[in-house]
Write a protein that binds this ligand. Structure first.
Ligand code: MN
Ligand code: MN
Length: 300
């Protein structure tokens, strides 16, 4: 089961600089083959179908806990895309074409099928597919796949970072580079325990340190790269049998945190009248409030 909180992992800056094509690039990190939808669903199905968990408890706990973090990453990237798109169009008479400013944007779906939010599509508009999920049932094969997936996800993040300097994109990508780096190391350590092979010697792939990125360095300086969370009140505590010792890149001690990291409130998304969203007028708000009061039996 999952428990939900009205929080996202980090603060995303409000910027008066919409950039639909930057948002399209960031879509690759949401619905691309190596995006957050893929990491989430790979670990989700691997955790659902995991066999012999009683004998392989730390590996099971690892996949269970990282699944929850990936759901938070899907959430964070989607909010990031919303912030990058914010202000792309302005309200106006339909005859004045209020959506014309995005007519030549790389992706039309976020404006036509949606109302300027993130969608489960890649940077070219291809829908995310379950074909991106790999779950052989063989523990080492699945861990090896996850290690590769996290390295590939890291490469894609670095390229998107290089493609746009939009502050909302950079904030999200910089943070996720660090958290993705944690998962790379976690799966490498799990593979070492399962096989005896020191996979951490391969790290980092690509051979560029997170500290080379301004928006990542600040998190590494705070030790965000050394913490792995259980994402649960009481469960998945045996990840400390995998997440232990020191970080292969800088030698800092690794730490398991029981529970969840402290997040920030989910920002309020403003209405977009020209997209009919949410499409509720001030008078209708009053009517709805009246009906809510009546159904709750609240007296004026
Ligand atoms: Mn992720
Ligand atoms: Mn990850």
């Amino acid at each position: 089961m999952f428990k939900r909180m009205e929080e996202i992992m980090i603060e995303i800056p409000d910027v008066e600089k919409p950039d639909p094509n930057a948002a399209a690039a960031v879509q690759e990190l949401l619905g691309g083959k190596f995006g957050e939808m893929s990491t989430l669903n790979n670990y989700l199905f691997q955790s659902f179908n995991f066999r012999s968990k009683s004998k392989l408890r730390p590996f099971y706990d690892l996949v269970m806990s990282i699944t929850a973090e990936e759901l938070g990453h899907v959430e964070l990237v989607t909010h990031g895309i919303g912030k990058i798109l914010q202000g792309s169009t302005s309200p106006g008479n339909p005859d004045k074409s209020p959506l014309e400013s995005v007519k030549d944007a790389r992706l039309s779906y976020p404006f036509l099928a949606g109302a300027q939010g993130g969608m489960p599509i890649d940077s070219m508009g291809n829908p995310w597919t379950g074909a991106n999920v790999f779950n052989s049932g063989n523990l080492v094969e699945d861990l090896l796949h996850n290690f590769f997936l996290e390295c590939g996800a890291r490469t894609h993040k670095m390229k998107v970072y290089e493609m746009t300097d939009h502050p909302a994109a950079r904030a999200v990508v910089g943070f996720l580079l660090v958290r993705g780096g944690v998962h790379v190391v976690a799966y490498a350590k799990a593979l070492e325990i399962a096989t005896g092979v020191n996979v951490t010697k391969l790290i980092p792939i690509p051979s560029l340190d997170n500290r080379k990125f301004n928006e990542s360095r600040k998190y590494e300086e705070k030790g965000v790269h050394t913490k792995l969370y259980t994402w649960s009140d009481n469960d998945f505590t045996t990840i400390d049998q995998i997440w232990k010792g020191t970080h292969p890149e800088d030698g800092s001690p690794l730490e398991v945190i029981h529970g969840v990291p402290k997040g920030v409130p989910i920002p309020e998304a403003p209405p977009i009248d020209e997209e009919f969203a949410p499409g509720i007028s001030a008078a209708e708000f009053k009517e709805i409030a009246k009906r809510l009061k009546q159904s709750g039996n609240i007296k004026e």
